[in-house]
Design a protein around this ligand. Structure first.
Ligand code: NAD
Length: 261
């Protein structure tokens, strides 16, 4: 039960972040929403989340490619709600291309958003968590934080970086009674990010989209199905319980056996 808890979920206007936001709101948490979207989309998300008991979700705009904006985001959440209990670093992007054609600005953007933003938000949130004595930082890494695939150099580098950052920060906070930092490493989840990637993969592999799903995407996952947003959200919620405070600095795979190979 997360009643009374404040959860900032980056990139919660879509996909996995939105699913986690709904799951946490149902569990009683108040959600600080962040991410891109039209004014209409954002209003819809905030109103939906606020329909759950005790929830007064609120939107905090920030482009997390900018480190200063990431720090300001956390400070705004704390100024508004008085604290931050849960920080979920979820916002992320992908680019699929061979390294010699990979645009340098895409590399920089992916490292900034998928890796560095977790440093900046954590840096700002940790002092508040130390003060209140409870805190959960969950980094939505990826199976690609543990193993690699070709044509995803920036993404794989950033996600391995997030797993390393999670370990280091977990050790720094290990002596705190109830503050934990963990990474969740999902396999493929059918979100807008993956739908775009299926199109890109079709180009680099010269396949149809159906072939990409069967022979590239789900070929990696021994269970041959997509992970669901609900499965990821459930694991995230589990890691916020007092009873799971011995999970720290871990990178937890949820990928149908992909990284067991
Ligand atoms: P998505 O595209 O559906 O959602 C991404 C979210 O991030 C959106 O809310 C978007 O507005 C936000 N965002 C994008 N750029 C931003 C920026 N500069 N500043 C702030 N917010 C920004 O993607 P998703 O599939 O839900 O992915 C969420 C996370 O899960 C990512 O970190 C992704 O790498 C990771 N992940 C996804 C999968 C998958 O198969 N979908 C698998 C493993 C890990």
């Amino acid at each position: 039960d997360l009643t009374g808890k404040i959860a900032l979920i980056t990139g919660s206007t879509s996909g996995i972040g939105l699913g986690i936001a709904e799951h946490f709101a149902k569990a009683g948490a108040t959600i600080a929403v962040n991410g891109f979207g039209t004014a209409e989309e954002i209003t819809y998300v905030v109103e939906n989340l606020s329909a759950y008991k005790g929830n007064q979700a609120r939107f905090f705009p920030a482009d997390l490619m900018d480190g200063e904006a990431a720090i300001t985001l956390v400070n705004q959440v704390v100024n508004h709600f008085g604290k931050i209990d849960v920080l979920i670093n979820n916002a992320g992007i992908q680019h699929v291309e061979k390294v010699e054609d990979f645009p340098a600005d895409r590399w920089e953007s992916i490292i900034s958003l998928n890796l560095s933003s977790a440093f900046y938000t954590s840096k700002a949130a940790v002092p508040h968590m130390r003060r209140s004595g409870y805190g959960r930082i969950l980094n939505i890494a990826s199976a690609h934080g543990l193993v690699a695939s070709p044509f995803k150099s920036a993404y794989v580098a950033a996600k391995h970086g997030v797993v390393g950052f999670t370990k280091s920060l977990g050790l720094e906070l290990a002596e705190e009674e109830n503050i934990c930092v963990n990474a969740i490493c999902p396999g493929y989840v059918r979100t807008p990010l993956v739908d775009m990637q299926i199109k890109d993969q079709a180009k680099v592999h010269n396949m149809t989209e159906e072939e990409v799903i069967r022979e590239v995407i789900l070929a990696a996952q021994p269970n041959k199905r997509f992970v669901t947003v609900e499965e990821v959200a459930d694991l995230a919620l589990y890691l916020c319980k007092d009873a799971t405070r011995s999970f720290n600095g871990a990178a937890l795979p949820i990928e149908g056996g992909w990284t067991a190979r």
